[in-house]
Design a protein around this ligand. Structure first.
Ligand code: AMX
Length: 434
């Protein structure tokens, strides 16, 4: 094929040209940033602003300044629950204040009242082939929901700029309310496992989501609350959050922006890692017929690296310690089912893999991230379809990215439009500066 043949010829030439430029002049500055950063995914470039969460390389995520243990401790909980109302977290993300129980319940009540999903959304899902990935269905379902956008209606009627945040908040509340129903529809379509009846008015958003997956179990309801809180936000630079912000900056409504972000979350270096992580754990278990010895696991991990693959669930672009989101889930498993075989395997991986990655010497952070354990907990309670796990992540991520979207419209943040240069221009700058 003509294009393949031509590209096959020139790709190695360009690869060598870029490699040479980065090797010899990577630290040359182009205005504010180095050539390494311009070419390298803008790593560590401080050009985004959010007040909703911040990832501290040493202590991990802080939501409005609060660490994960503080959030779990301070947010109000329903009677008999060990984990907080997710509605309380959303109040915190949006306002910066810890809500009272009444305020958290008021957010939960808003979600209950807005959970209806129009029939055309289910029709869109129905016509898709059975083998469609759940994340593809999720993004399609969100796009189908866009018919509900209040922002679109108000914008075409001629809304004033300083009111943009109001229908953005409406869209965000509606979207979050409907996502568990959409996710359960996908679970039904793919695996025929779900409970699509009326929501229990006495149960919160996360508890009802747990029930909709067909699991009526108080522990799992608490796990769902924990999971939804932990995955909600991770400052602005990660692919899903940044995509939602970028697309929203064009005044695309919350549905369009969120669907775009979910396509980024579906990538294997981002949200899909949780599915890959459980797959890797299961492949270890299958190879050794159970939990292996430390030495066997070390060898298996080295084989993964030697095959040019990453060990999913380990490493992070910003963190340099075990992810506190990993730690919170690890403690949950330790409390409720320490003897579960897969949990014991995940625990052994935690003991072994950081050493393997340190010895290999490439990964800047050898510690587990949020995905190293999340699938193991879901698996324990019966959500064993691991290509569904990224959908769970996506439902949770709506909390953080929509809170950011509301504030982006409230502060009138402009359309994002960075400037690009050509490789020849960078080479010219490098020549001039050296
Ligand atoms: N296994 C093997 N190699 C790894 C590794 C891992 N878990 N983590 C990093 N490395 C390698 C990188 O591939 C890179 O190799 P290269 O120079 O040949 O390209 C080198 O170490 C340096 O990478 P880094 O600067 O430490 O990491 P990064 O910021 O480029 O990437 C991440 C971060 C998470 C994508 C990476 O650690 C990774 O691929 N981890 C496995 C996948 C994973 O767990 N992803 C989930 C991330 C969390 C999320 O978004 N859900």
């Amino acid at each position: 094929m003509i294009l393949h043949d031509k590209l096959n010829e020139i790709v190695p030439v360009w690869r060598e040209r870029v490699r040479k430029l980065l090797k010899e002049h990577g630290n040359v500055k182009v205005n504010y940033f180095t050539i390494d950063q311009v070419y390298g995914g803008m790593r560590d470039v401080e050009v985004l602003v959010t007040d909703i969460s911040y990832v501290d390389p040493a202590t991990g995520i802080r939501f409005r300044g609060y660490t994960i243990p503080e959030v779990l401790d301070k947010l109000p909980k329903a009677d008999g629950a060990t984990m907080p109302y997710v509605g309380g977290l959303y109040y915190l993300l949006l306002t910066g204040e810890i809500p009272t129980t009444e305020q958290a319940r008021a957010v939960e009540a808003e979600w209950q009242a807005r959970a209806f999903v129009p029939v055309h959304v289910e029709n869109v899902l129905r016509v898709m082939p059975d083998e469609t990935h759940p994340m593809t269905l999720f993004a399609q379902g969100i796009l189908a929901l866009q018919t509900e956008s209040q922002f679109v209606k108000r914008y075409s009627a001629g809304m004033k700029k300083d009111e943009y945040w109001i229908p953005t908040l409406e869209d965000s509340l509606n979207l979050i309310a409907k996502l568990p129903v959409l996710a359960a529809m996908i679970y039904c379509k793919k695996y025929s496992k779900c409970e699509m009846g009326q929501a229990d008015p006495k149960l919160d958003w996360a508890g009802n989501f747990a029930r909709r997956l067909g699991i009526a179990n108080k522990e799992y309801e608490d796990l769902m609350r924990l999971y939804m809180i932990l995955h909600s936000d991770h400052e602005s630079g990660n692919v899903s959050a940044h995509t939602v912000h970028l697309v929203g900056s064009a005044l695309s409504d919350a549905y369009l922006a969120f669907a775009a972000g979910m396509n980024g979350l579906a990538g294997p270096l981002h949200g899909l890692a949780n599915q890959e992580c459980l797959g890797w754990l299961l492949s270890v278990r299958e190879r050794f017929g159970g939990v292996p010895t430390k030495e066997q696991l070390e060898q298996f991990a080295n084989e993964t690296l030697a095959a040019g693959k990453v060990i999913p669930g380990y490493g992070h672009a910003v963190l340099r310690t075990p992810d506190p989101r990993f730690v919170a889930q690890y403690e949950f498993g330790k409390k409720y089912f320490p003897e579960d075989e897969l949990f014991r395997l995940a625990e052994l991986v935690y003991q072994v893999v950081p050493g393997v990655l340190k010895a290999a010497g490439k990964a800047k952070n050898p510690w587990p991230n949020v995905d190293a354990i999340s699938g193991t907990l879901q698996y324990h309670y019966g959500v064993r379809e691991f290509d569904f796990y990224t959908v769970l992540f996506g439902v949770s991520r709506a909390l953080g990215v929509t809170a950011n979207l509301v504030w982006a419209r409230a502060l009138g943040l402009p359309i994002e439009r960075p400037k690009s240069l050509t490789t020849a221009m960078l080479e010219e700058i490098a020549k001039r500066e050296t």
